[in-house]
Design a protein around this ligand. Structure first.
Ligand code: NAD
Length: 435
């Protein structure tokens, strides 16, 4: 069986490379010609641990093309992995899905199974079927299925190859058999269901995880008011198997290309269907407020931001990726600059993407490392919990700073060690020192 993947972004490229790793002949297609050219030269369009090595290893089983014709004429199953970005009203822009579907339909001359892997609102498969029927030649049989992807950037390879579960929404035995064949070497439970259920499982999972993060952030605020410790609260809650410790890390909130857009989209779906999804509005609101709360913390010690210099450690929305889409760093740096401050920013992988998304600004200095970022800083702001930040030489850093303040938006430093060195340390949801 030959597999096709349309859209070679974070999800599509990992999908294509991992299916090749499982022994399938795969054709990966993207309409971005430069991306295809770079990939043919084994140059990755983004940072993902282990992906370069796996691409190299399976290069002979992976064909890369920018031609829709080449993929449609040569595969039995095609995975749609195109982007589904948010529109300004919170709903999902499905134009990339429609575009790819239309292109497939126009060329199709034999049976194909079209699989939604992108995260899409419930009932999107119905639209894919309608678009196919509009453009496809008569008497050509096709099917649509849903197989949402749950991988996380930073651990995408492991998540894809060893998933907790595989969700498949299908409408026929033929489609079921195809998926049984595709996933026969995966050691994970497969949930076969109807398409709407599969579509909802993905959105509901993301909305639930985002809500868990906003919930713990709400509790972190309570801890700050009462002197309790959010790390212990999270540990105490997380040991309960019904709750679990994951996604209970308080801080500056979730970002990335999934949670912010999926929460808003799910809320909109509820609204369109006349359902009250206000819980998700609160999830979103709590998350948005994390930025102002973080800025307030800076002001609590420095009073005025104007004319101050900030060493910004971490720009990606989480460690293990160079992705800055919806990253809190974009909003925090923008606020500081609006108030007249200067930022010396550093991230081990995300500098270029940040520069591209933020745009040129004379108030931003792109530092060589965390030491360069900390020079003459009035405060260090930790926005991503990269491992290397924990291992910094903090006595050296203290010497370089104008005032030794660290505002830890990710609770990633060893509080006792930092406080002993004489820093003013402001973590999230727990006591710090020096203020
Ligand atoms: P992305 O924006 O990084 O990549 C999308 C790719 O599709 C781009 O390379 C683009 O050029 C290509 N494309 C767009 N239209 C095309 C067309 N008509 N033909 C061929 N190529 C086309 O997106 P992503 O982060 O990989 O996410 C893809 C989907 O997967 C989204 O729905 C997202 O919500 C979902 N998802 C993402 C993640 C994640 O961690 N990034 C995890 C799970 C699910």
């Amino acid at each position: 069986m030959k597999l096709g993947v349309i859209g070679l972004g974070h999800v599509g490229l990992v999908t294509a490379v991992c299916f090749a790793e499982k022994g399938f002949e795969v054709i990966g297609m993207d309409k971005d010609k430069k991306r295809i050219q770079d990939l043919r030269n084994k140059k990755l369009p983004f940072y993902e641990p282990g992906l370069g090595e796996l691409l190299e290893k399976n290069f002979n089983r992976l064909k890369l093309t920018d031609s829709i014709k080449e993929i449609v004429e040569n595969v039995d199953v095609v995975f749609l992995c195109v982007g589904t970005p948010p529109l300004s009203d919170g709903s999902v822009d499905l134009s990339q899905v429609e575009d790819a579907t239309r292109e497939i339909a126009k060329i199709l001359n034999r049976y194909i199974l079209i699989v939604e892997k992108s995260t899409v609102p419930v009932k999107t498969a119905e639209w894919i079927k309608r678009v196919m029927s509009l453009y496809v030649r008569e008497n050509i049989h096709f099917e649509v299925a849903s197989n949402p992807e749950f991988l996380r950037e930073g651990s995408a390879i492991r998540d894809f190859l060893k998933p907790d579960r595989i969700v498949v929404g299908i409408e026929s035995d033929r489609a079921k058999k195809i998926f049984e064949e595709i996933y026969k070497d995966f050691e994970a439970p497969i949930i076969f269901t109807d398409i709407e259920t599969a579509e909802i499982i993905k959105h509901a999972s993301n909305a639930f995880l985002a809500t868990k993060i906003s919930f713990i952030n709400m509790i972190a605020d309570l801890c700050e008011k009462t002197g309790a410790d959010i790390l212990k609260v999270a540990e105490g809650m997380g040991l309960d198997k019904r709750i679990g410790r994951e996604f209970l890390n308080a801080g500056i909130g979730y970002g990335g290309s999934c949670f912010p857009k999926d929460v808003k989209a799910f809320y909109r779906i509820g609204e369109e269907l006349g359902l009250d999804f206000n819980l998700l509005k609160c999830t979103d609101k709590i998350n948005e407020e994390r930025i102002d709360k973080f800025i307030e913390k800076i002001k609590r010690v420095l009073w005025i931001i104007k004319d101050k210099t900030f060493g910004v450690w971490g720009l990606s929305f989480k460690p293990g990726t160079d992705d800055v889409r919806e990253a809190p760093s974009l909003k925090i740096v923008r606020k500081i600059i609006e108030e007249g401050g200067t930022c010396r920013v550093y991230d081990p992988y995300a500098m270029d993407n940040f520069k591209r998304d933020f745009g040129e600004n004379e108030k931003i200095y792109y530092a060589k490392d965390i030491y360069d970022a900390s020079r003459n800083a009035h405060a260090i702001l930790i926005l991503t919990e990269w491992e290397e930040f924990k291992r910094a030489e903090f006595s050296k850093i203290k010497e370089m700073m104008e005032t030794p303040i660290i505002v830890d938006g990710r609770n990633c430093l060893d509080r006792e060690k930092i406080c002993k060195l004489g820093f003013i340390y402001i973590p999230t949801g727990r006591k710090g020192c020096g203020y």
